[in-house]
Design a binder for this molecule. Structure first.
Ligand SMILES: Cc1cc2nc3c(=O)[nH]c(=O)nc-3n(C[C@H](O)[C@H](O)[C@H](O)COP(=O)(O)OP(=O)(O)OC[C@H]3O[C@@H](n4cnc5c(N)ncnc54)[C@H](O)[C@@H]3O)c2cc1C
Length: 499
């Protein structure tokens, strides 16, 4: 019998990973990707002599201390990639010459916190003690929840038991709420940035353990380079990928998916369809909301996505080596990003640790400025393109001024300026309101997952960052792998993850 055919919508990391596992299990897979490059938001682009790198700052599973390492190894030779493990995750400055460094080693971090904020000794000790309890916590699972039997579920629960007290203590707190447990203003700001005010502090603690365990490194070469490795594996396994192919509809007959229709009107039929594209577009546009279901609708109405970004990239003829790669700078005057968004701090990221991104002696600087005001940027883009361009320029000029004051010798050395807005994010990735990473991990969502299937629709699956919370490359790898496992399970096949 011929292998089952599968059409995957979207050649981002989720689509590519799902494709690899399905090929290992004998399916005939074609990915339809609307852009001309693989990887989705895991991307980089050339601007003059610089490579602007958008995505991967840390890759969980870069080292063997996390089971995600094994997962990546199923797809590529992760041990052969050169990773940078930073000693300092980021530094928060107060503009008066003081700073707190967030070291990636927990003992060094404790010493730094105690030295800089002795008034918070009790809370600092409790925080580090509890973070250390999570050092052996592993989020990875080998089996999809949907296919796990009672014994596997019990084993997973048993594995989780030692960590429940720590989770119980912190899971309900956002970083902002937890920052209120501290007195020192700079330390409060540090906690708020672990990883963001609205996100669960537990996620910040887990992130610190990944760094401590040296399993969250940055892959030299950048994001697109990394995505291309997965794409190469996909094609080596026999997968087909059609670029510049925007899917408009999922074709459905008798409540079963039978293929996809491209924007050009071309139709392609398949036994199964997987959407690894934006969740909102898939459910409400490609399927016209017919299979949304009450629970899912409720989730889409209440859950909060990650914001979008005004992403500023600057190529500077200046060496930043020796400075921490991420600095949180306070602003003397708030920066108005758009009518709804004022920023009080700038997070400046220099990439001098990856010399492949800039010519010798020069540095790529990036700033991810968060905004939920997609509508403003979209309206401007549609109705007043000139003002849209002026706003981008205004933001770039303001930032260059701020950087000049902090670092010196910036203005005359800017060789490249490149600004993406929420519109660029939406147009490039299709992601809802230009969100940069899917659903936010909050105390309300916990580590929950959405289903990989839709109510009432057969032969159809979803994977990627919109089927989980917290986004991230390891998460989307697992979501693609889980989808492949579920498909094998439904077909009565034993799932394999090597070839
Ligand atoms: C600025 C930034 C920093 C990040 N930092 C990190 C980090 O340090 N570590 C980490 O692990 N993760 C990080 N992430 C998150 C991570 O990159 C994402 O969660 C992950 O890449 C999402 O993969 P995906 O395949 O689910 O979605 P996407 O990357 O959005 O892929 C979806 C794909 O579907 C395609 N598509 C959409 N609509 C259609 C259509 N109609 N027809 C055909 N194709 C379509 C898109 O073009 C895209 O290729 C970061 C993301 C961003 C943006």
């Amino acid at each position: 019998m011929a292998n089952k055919t599968i059409s995957i919508i979207g050649g981002g990391m989720a689509g590519l990973c799902a494709g690899c596992y399905l090929l290992m299990n004998g399916y005939d897979v074609t990915i339809y990707e609307m852009n001309s490059t693989p990887g989705g938001v895991c991307t980089s682009w050339k601007r003059g002599d610089y490579t602007v790198d958008l995505c991967v700052q840390w890759l969980v599973g870069s080292g063997p201390a996390s089971s995600f390492y094994e997962r990546w190894n199923e797809l590529i030779d992760i041990g052969n990639i050169r990773f940078v493990n930073h000693d300092e995750f980021f530094r928060v400055e107060d503009g008066k010459g003081n700073h707190i460094s967030v070291f990636t080693n927990l003992d060094r971090l404790k010493a730094e916190f105690l030295e800089k904020a002795p008034e918070d000794e009790k809370e600092i000790r409790a925080f580090i003690r509890n973070a250390k309890k999570l050092l052996t916590f592993d989020m990875g699972t080998d089996e999809a929840r949907e296919t796990a039997n009672i014994w596997s579920r019990l084993a997973a629960f048993w594995k989780m038991l030692p960590y429940l007290p720590t989770f119980g203590k912190y899971i309900k707190l956002t970083c902002l709420q937890y920052s209120e447990h501290f007195k020192n203003p700079l330390l409060k700001k540090v906690i708020c940035n672990l990883p963001g005010p609205g996100m669960g502090i537990i996620f910040g603690m887990i992130t610190l353990t990944w760094f401590h365990n040296k399993t969250a490194g940055y892959p030299i070469g950048g994001s697109l380079n990394f995505a291309k490795k997965i794409c190469e594996r996909y094609t080596e396994l026999g997968g087909k990928i059609v670029f510049n192919a925007r899917v408009e509809k999922v074709l459905v007959k008798d409540d079963a998916a039978i293929g996809i229709e491209l924007e050009s009107g071309q139709q392609y039929f398949a036994d199964l369809v997987i959407s690894a594209a934006d969740g909102h577009t898939t459910i409400f546009d490609m399927l016209k909301g017919k299979y949304a279901g009450k629970k899912l609708l409720e989730f889409y109405e209440t859950a909060k996505p990650f914001p979008s970004l005004v992403f500023v990239a600057l190529g500077i003829k200046k060496d930043f080596t020796g400075l921490p790669h991420i600095i949180v700078l306070p602003l003397t005057e708030p920066l108005s990003l758009d009518p709804q968004t004022q920023l009080n701090d700038l997070v400046v990221h220099h990439h001098s640790y990856d010399q492949t991104l800039a010519p010798p002696g020069c540095t790529l600087l990036t700033l991810s400025l968060e905004t939920y005001n997609y509508n403003y940027w979209n309206d401007l883009y549609i109705k007043n393109r000139e003002l849209y361009k002026q706003q981008k320029q205004r933001i770039a000029d303001t930032i260059i001024d701020i950087l000049e004051k902090r670092f010196g010798n910036i203005k005359t050395n800017v060789e490249m300026t490149d600004i993406s807005t929420p519109v660029s994010f939406q147009r490039f990735s299709g992601n809802w309101k230009g969100s940069y990473e899917g659903w936010l991990l909050t105390p309300e969502t916990g580590l929950s997952h959405r289903s990989h299937t839709l109510e009432g629709l057969r032969n159809f699956y979803m994977c990627g960052q919109w089927t989980q919370v917290g986004g991230g490359l390891p998460g989307v790898l697992v979501s693609g792998r889980d989808t492949a496992q579920i498909i094998c399970y439904n077909d009565g096949k034993k799932f394999v993850s090597t070839k």
